[in-house]
Structures are given as C-alpha cells and as structure tokens.
Design a protein. Structure first.
Length: 574
C-alpha cells in the first residue's frame, strides 16, 4: 500500500473527529491516550466474540491484539470492542439452546449499534462459536464499510484409545453409556481428553463450515480459516487482516462489492463439497437478505444438488479441520472445484483480487486423502440435500455425507419438544424403523429453533443412528449424523403439516430425489388443520419473546428485519 494520505471527508468518523464542533468528542480520545495524528486517521472497529464461555472464544482477544497491530502499521486507528456469543456445546440439550440462533441476530445488531454509535470507518471481525461467524458477516454486509473477517481457529483433536476424537464423540458417548456400551470410567476419560486446547469444534460442524464460507465468499484472507487456534500463525493472519482492511479503505472496496449472488453460490458449493453443516442453509440466506439478494433454502439446495462431495471430514468422514488445513486447506479445495467448473472465478475478494487470481498458483497435493479431486469425488453429489413435499412445502434439509441409506419410510412418533423426545430415547422407547418427529421447536414455536445434537447423538450411541429417522422444525448441530431432517417449514407453530401429524402416520423420505412426504390425503390434512389450535410458549417477555414476534421462516434464513431491499441509506455512506 502506498503512502497516499487517507481522505476522511467521506468516511463516517469525520462526524466525531473533524471540525471545531467535534472538540468535545476529540477530548474523549485524548483521554484514552490517542495522539492528534491517530484521531485524524480512519477508525477501524476491531470486534471479537472473546469470552470465557467456551474454548471457541478464549483465543480471540490474543488474535485481536495482532489485528490491531496490523491496522496501526497501515496507518489506521483501531478501536477494540467485544460482542456476545452463545456457545452451542454448552447450551445444547436444555433450554439454553433457545438462545443460540437468537444470538446470531443480537451479535449482528450489537456490532451495528457500536459501529454506528461511534462512526467507525472499517471493521476487522474475529469469531469462534457457531452463530458468531454468520452474525459477524451479516453485520459487515449490513454496514458495508470495508471489512475483513477472521475465524479464531479450530480446537486440536483429542485422543481417546488411540483415535482422534471431538466433543461429538462425547455426546455420542452419553448414548453409549445409557445403552450400557460404555463404562462410567471410559465416559469420564473421554470427557477429559476430547477438547485439549482453545478453539472451536474440530469437525466440519457449523463453526468450521462457516469458516470455509468466509474464504469462499471472499470476506476472509485465503487460508486464514484453517490453522488451529493455538497456532502462532493465527496471529500472523490477524495482523495481515488488519493491514488488509486499511488497503480496502484506500481502494474503496466494500463487502457488497465482494458478496454477490455468484459468491453466495460459491459459498454454498464449498458447504456441499465439504459435507458441511445444514445450518449454512439458514445462514447464507440471512447473509443474502442483508444486501437484498434473494437466495433462500431452495436456491441453496439447487447448488447442493449438483456439487460433488470431496472433503472427507467428520462427522460423516474421518478427518478434522487441522487435517484439511495441513492437506491444502480451503484454497486447494476451491482450486479443484474451480477447475471442475463449480466455482465462479470472477468474484472479488478482500485481497483486492478475484477468486481466480487468488487461486492462480495453488496446486493440488496428491499426497493426501482429505480432499479428493472433483474428477474422483467421494460421492458425485453434495453432502447436504434439500427436501420438499407434502410434509415440508417450504422445504427441509438433511446432511447425507457418509450415509449409506438415502431413502426411509416409517411410522411417525410425535413429540412436542426436544425434552420429550430425549426422554423417550433415554428410556429406550424408540424402535428401529421409527420416524421421530420433534415439533414446536421452530424459530417462532421454540422460540429460537433449537439444535437437537443431544437426541441425535444419543440415538447414535445406542446403535440406532441409521435405523431411525428424525424430523424437526428446529435445527441440527453441524455435528449431527444419521437420517436427521431439520428446518421443516412451515413450522408447527404456524400450522404447518408437521404440527398436524399423529403417531403412526407413514412418513416417506427420499434424499435421492429430494422429497419429504406424509401418506395423508389433502382432505385429511385439511380436516386436521381445521381442528389445530396455535400454542402459547412459556416465553412471553424478554429477548426470546421479541425474537418470536419478529422472526421470519427458516426457508429465508429466520431473519428479524426487512433487510437490504428496504434500506434507504447505507451506513457506510452517512
């Protein structure tokens, strides 16, 4: 970057630093030790989701200091702040999980308010836990100031009886323990060794899926998502992100120059190719919504349908994020997808170059078996499939990576909450061939659209993983495996077909042809709909109530405001 001075006449921070009438504002900055030169430089918000809630976030403050150093080096003035996270691994399996998805929007909102309130000109965002990644990127798109995203890095794999393990193995261990297949001593040893470092869950669960998205969509520096959290190279990426955001300010490159329909398609392609989390089908539409692009569950599913599955990652495969990074990372994955015609190469990125330019010197490493070439995929179509039918007129989604059985038919076992279903699993009341229905767990009905990892992991631990199916208007963890269908819409709380089911109704699932049906006539469904009554949740005040009033359908990302189409003035242009 050249030494050309920054022109603040069009930057938001001019409203708090320039002219005689801003003397009171400048006095606050002098109070914090800033020099006159620093006050008149561009202000860069360096936001992290640091907290002591979980290992996912514990390394973020360290990396934020490196990002601030990079901003300073490139003649910017960093202003650090933190936002919240809700950690799914700890929120899982109880009422706390109702807070998880809601936190995504609170994260985006809180960043927006901090940036707006203090008129920051640019942003570097560091995130760890699942919802903090899309929440952070949503705020970047909403504000549209020059921004660089950076993932805090994955946890190192644990070792149990000579095998690599993740926290999902502990969740499944609970099921094995309840089935008498794991001793108290082994379960205790497993919980003590599964999570040996800072960092987010190591498999291709939601955090690592959305970290791959950050590179594929162009908001993160190439390779920055791959190194585990303890690696010192993360600090180098953070410093580079700080320097690069100042280059973007100089060049006038903003997030909406980077994130387009084509780049959203690239992101969906990478999710499918890695057998990533079904939650991406919720977060990509939400990100698109911020900038007024129509890109819903069915658009995502179309990409999934034609994308080869080429990365052998947990939970469906063998490897964790660290292995993929060492094999060649997201750039190598994208290079083989690009050469196969699955990636748009002309999309701009935060490097100031296009995807194609970034990939120009990337070569495929044949001495590894984590990432397969597109000419020899694990399976010819993606690891995630969209479904639609009489049980899901507004769609549903299932991860099929690593699954052998892609069609299923059986009688419904209906539960009106996750707790009811989990109790039935724990008490061994589920039979082989059952289709477990967990409803009233959607965005409105939960409220909050809980993940169901405790229940699905317990089923797997009992050996029923692919011998039953599970359908919900809630969500699944990226760590879920087995025939588990989420995001079913319309949700039960809205009178959707899932809320009309009765025990014994025959459910037909076809992940090959993308259908999800119940063997009931339209007349029978209509008759049941006449008798159906909406339910009131226990959450009639506070944040959960507020979310339930505002939230839209899962198909469109479960968003809570009108989005880019209704925008009158973009923050970056104030």
């Amino acid at each position: 970057m050249d030494a050309k001075p920054f022109d603040k006449t069009k930057l938001p921070s001019r409203h708090v630093t320039e002219g005689p009438d801003r003397a009171p504002h400048r006095s606050y900055y002098y109070a914090m030790g800033l020099t006159e030169e620093e006050i008149h430089q561009p202000f860069v918000g360096v936001v992290s989701c640091w907290n002591e809630a979980a290992p996912c976030n514990i390394a973020l403050m360290r990396q934020a200091q490196s990002a601030k150093a990079g901003v300073k080096e490139a003649r910017g003035t960093p202003r650090e702040f933190c936002t919240i996270t809700v950690t799914d691994g700890i929120a899982m399996g109880h009422q706390g999980m109702k807070s998880s998805l809601i936190s995504r929007d609170v994260i985006a909102d809180s960043i927006e308010l901090t940036m707006r309130g203090h008129c920051y000109d640019a942003m570097v965002g560091l995130a760890g836990c699942d919802k903090s990644l899309p929440g952070m990127m949503m705020s970047m798109l909403r504000l549209n100031v020059p921004s660089v995203f950076m993932y805090g890095g994955s946890i190192l794999p644990g070792k149990f009886k000579g095998k690599d393990v993740t926290v999902v193995d502990v969740f499944e261990g609970v099921g094995q323990h309840s089935a008498g297949k794991m001793s108290d001593e082994d379960l205790h040893e497993l919980e003590c060794v599964a999570c040996p470092s800072a960092g987010s869950c190591g498999g291709q669960f939601t955090a690592n899926t959305m970290a791959c998205v950050s590179e594929a969509i162009g908001l993160a520096l190439p390779s920055s998502s791959g190194a585990p959290a303890p690696y010192e190279s993360r600090d180098e990426y953070a410093a580079a992100s700080g320097r690069q955001v100042m280059s973007l300010v100089q060049q006038g490159i903003r997030p909406r120059d980077i994130v387009t329909l084509k780049s959203l398609q690239n992101a969906a392609t990478v999710v499918a190719a890695t057998g990533g989390s079904t939650n991406a089908a919720l977060h990509l539409p939400a990100m698109a919504h911020e900038i007024g692009i129509d890109f819903d569950l069915f658009d995502v599913a179309e990409i999934f349908k034609k994308t080869p599955y080429i990365a052998d990652l947990k939970p469906g495969g063998k490897y964790v994020a660290k292995d993929m990074y060492e094999a060649g990372g997201v750039p190598m994955l994208m290079k083989t997808l690009y050469e196969g015609g699955f990636i748009h190469g002309d999309c701009m990125t935060v490097t100031g170059k296009t995807i194609a330019e970034n990939l120009e010197h990337v070569t495929f490493n044949p001495e590894q078996d984590v990432i397969y070439p597109v000419s020899n995929p694990i399976t010819p179509t993606g690891g995630v499939v969209g479904l639609k039918g009489s049980l899901a007129p507004e769609g549903g989604i299932v991860k099929v990576a690593g699954m052998k059985v892609l069609q299923f038919e059986g009688p419904a076992r209906c539960f009106d909450s996750e707790e009811e279903a989990f109790a039935a699993v724990e008490n061994k009341q589920i039979q082989e061939g059952d289709v477990i229905i967990i409803r009233y767990e959607g965005p409105k009905g939960g409220p909050g659209m809980r993940e169901m990892l405790s229940t699905t992991a317990a089923l797997y631990g009992q050996g029923l993983g692919e011998k039953v199916a599970l359908i919900t208007d809630g969500r699944f963890s990226g760590g879920t495996r087995g025939f588990c269908i989420g995001h079913v819409g319309p949700e039960a709380a809205e009178g959707g077909p899932i809320g009309l089911l009765e025990d014994g109704d025959i459910i037909k699932i076809d992940a090959i042809n993308g259908t999800l049906d119940v063997a009931l006539s339209e007349d029978e469904l209509a008759a049941r709909r006449e008798k159906w009554q909406p339910r009131k949740t226990d959450y009639q005040s506070g944040t959960l109530w507020k979310f339930a009033q505002q939230v839209g359908p899962a198909r469109k990302g479960a968003v809570t405001h009108p989005g880019g189409k209704a925008e009158v003035v973009c923050y970056a242009d104030i």
